[in-house]
Ligand binder design. Structure first.
Ligand SMILES: [Cu+2]
Length: 208
């Protein structure tokens, strides 16, 4: 069986499975899809599991405005929750302290303009609007073990994984894209993806 060029996988075995999945997916959604979908499962060699990876697309044409609501990061039981937050460029993030101790929030990252939002008490929150693409490492200067990541992305086509590494990017217009995967511990090579007019593409990225 000829393997279509728009399926990218690590091995021939998964390529064949992926092709069958494409046929099935095309049959399920044909006729009423607003766009295609990209879905799959990560393989995170070298990491404990695949949680908190971010799958996203680059070179998506068009302008994208953030939604009105502000996603939140909570500081709870001495952790930032969630540990990884992907956002669209221009999004305002609310950072809340839910602990009975003071927490600080600062970043050494360029994409966060090296901000230091200060230190605040339980029940209080501060906001920051992210205006540069890239990864922002969040830290607390009171508790060195606290760490989180915000990924500032150019379009809303992104997903964050749970431990199983399964993801879906929905409502992607037909076209050619570069799919990238960010993970705190392991690296992935970019993958070229073609999204057809109908149906879905299965892409199972494996870490390097
Ligand atoms: Cu803290």
């Amino acid at each position: 069986m000829r393997v279509p060029a728009f399926v990218s996988n690590g091995t021939m075995v998964t390529r064949t499975k992926a092709f069958l999945s494409i046929l099935l997916g095309a049959a399920l959604v044909s006729g009423h899809a607003p766009g295609g979908a990209i879905r799959g499962k990560l393989e995170c060699r070298g990491a404990h599991d695949c949680r908190d990876a971010v799958i996203y697309l680059t070179n998506v044409p068009g302008g994208f405005a953030p939604r009105g609501d502000s996603p939140s990061i909570d500081q709870f039981k001495m952790e930032f929750i969630p540990h990884v937050l992907p956002i669209l460029l221009g999004t305002t993030v609310r950072i809340l302290n839910s602990d009975p101790v003071m927490h600080n929030v600062y970043t050494p990252s360029n994409a966060g303009d090296h901000f230091n939002l200060g230190t605040w008490a339980k029940g209080q929150a501060k906001t920051y609007t992210f205006k540069q693409l890239g990864e922002v490492r969040l830290l607390c200067n009171v508790h060195p073990a606290m760490e989180a990541w915000i990924l500032v992305l150019p379009n809303p086509h992104f997903a964050r994984t749970g431990p199983d590494g399964v993801y879906t990017l929905r409502d992607v217009q037909p076209g050619d894209y570069e799919l990238r995967v960010w993970h705190e511990k392991v690296k992935f090579a970019p993958i070229q993806v073609h999204v057809p007019a109908m149906g879905e593409v299965v892409v199972n990225p494996a870490s390097q």
